[in-house]
Design a binder for this molecule. Structure first.
Ligand code: ZN
Length: 386
């Protein structure tokens, strides 16, 4: 009888065990999101395996939401849950196979380095002690968790431009919260002159995790009611989509001059932006901001590129239930969906770590440059000088 133990009964854990007797024939299944059909995120612990040659098959991989996500994909593992490295992984069009010999008796395996609810609480709790930051409760999730908003800068000054950043509408896209952590670390460095310049011009409203229920549940895309929150921005139901309902209400109170929605993409091995070319209000004014944003970011961080991305919507064809499109149209502002890879950046690949928390954080810290470049181009409608 095998002693191998597999569990996922912890924050963000998700897997189903079919068979775990033989180290060379461990059979697992992906689990569906809460009350939804989405499926792709996995995060589990495997024990009593030190020195064993493991072959782990995820049998239903081809039924995942984005099976193209398994092509050229390598799973991540960690012994200490701090350092996550890639291990040999293959996909035969049906099952995903992870092969590895653990050096220690207990290890964790995941789709991408997780960002747990404790990490989230640490992030929002520590920033409030900075002089120009405060943390606000803006509502509760379906399961009654707090929706946290961080405000950076002087939000009583009406002349300041309002920059919004939200992350993890799709909870399995944990790189999005790593990105926000990197952004926050830089924004809290008062020795950084760029930060001072940005805070002179703008106030930042940041939601590090839109979907904590889904994150804890180990979902890829859904909240606890099974809703895909990034299709909820046209008319969010306060009962089944309270996360979006409350954020949108706060956006209406503050106004929005620039909106950044942070995501991860299963398929494309690049960082890219999906923007608002397809919204009815897209015009030369918004195009100039979009071009400035992308060009500045490419020249300041080569991990961002604009060659590989989603097809651009034809004029007027954007889906206005998607956050960036809805906010761009509602507030006539530049509004972007940023996608980071689950795999790696194919332009600058890292065979050991792939796309990682550290690179997500560095990308988050570098977004200050395109924000600084685009802010002077934004005309505030209520500004009497305009
Ligand atoms: Zn997403």
């Amino acid at each position: 009888m095998s002693l191998i133990k597999i569990s996922s009964a912890f924050d963000s854990g998700s897997i189903e065990v079919i068979e775990a007797q033989d180290p060379q024939n461990i059979q697992l299944n992906l689990r569906k999101d809460t009350n939804a059909e989405f499926m792709q995120w996995f995060y589990f612990r495997i024990q009593e395996v030190q020195g064993m040659d493991l072959k782990i098959d995820i049998l239903n991989a081809s039924e995942a939401s984005y099976p193209e996500g398994w092509e050229d994909y390598q799973a991540v593992v960690s012994y200490d849950r701090i350092t996550w490295f890639r291990v040999p992984t293959s996909y035969d069009g049906k099952k995903l196979t992870i092969e590895f010999m653990p050096e220690f008796n207990s290890m964790f395996v995941a789709y991408f380095a997780p960002y747990t609810h404790d990490q989230h609480l640490n992030l929002v709790s520590s920033v409030q002690m900075m002089p120009y930051a405060f943390v606000e409760h803006i509502g509760k999730t379906v399961e009654g968790r707090d929706i946290d908003m961080i405000v950076l800068g002087d939000d009583t000054d009406e002349t300041k431009k309002k920059v919004w950043m939200i992350a993890r509408q799709h909870p399995g896209e944990s790189m999005a919260e790593w990105f926000v952590e990197g952004f926050m670390e830089r924004m809290l460095d008062s020795n950084d002159a760029l930060v001072r310049q940005l805070l002179d011009e703008a106030v930042f409203y940041i939601i590090p995790n839109v979907n904590p229920d889904g994150s804890i549940a180990g979902n890829l895309r859904a909240n606890a009611a099974g809703e895909n929150l990034n299709r909820a921005w046209g008319n969010p139901d306060p009962v089944t989509m309270p996360e979006v309902y409350h954020i949108l209400q706060n956006m209406e109170w503050t106004g929005v001059d620039l909106m950044l929605d942070i995501h991860g993409d299963e398929g494309l091995p690049y960082n890219f932006i999906s923007s608002i070319e397809g919204i009815p209000s897209f015009d030369a004014y918004l195009k100039e901001q979009l071009d400035t944003f992308k060009e500045t970011w490419m020249t300041t961080n080569p991990d961002f590129q604009d060659e590989h991305a989603y097809p651009i919507n034809d004029p007027g064809q954007a889906n206005l239930n998607i956050c960036s499109k809805a906010i761009g149209e509602k507030f006539k502002c530049l509004s972007l969906t940023l996608e980071m890879p689950f795999k790696d950046n194919a332009d600058y690949p890292d065979p050991i770590f792939g796309w990682s928390p550290e690179r997500s954080k560095n990308l988050g810290a570098s977004i200050l440059h395109p924000i600084a470049a685009v802010l002077p181009k934004i005309i505030k409608k209520e500004d009497p000088n305009q």
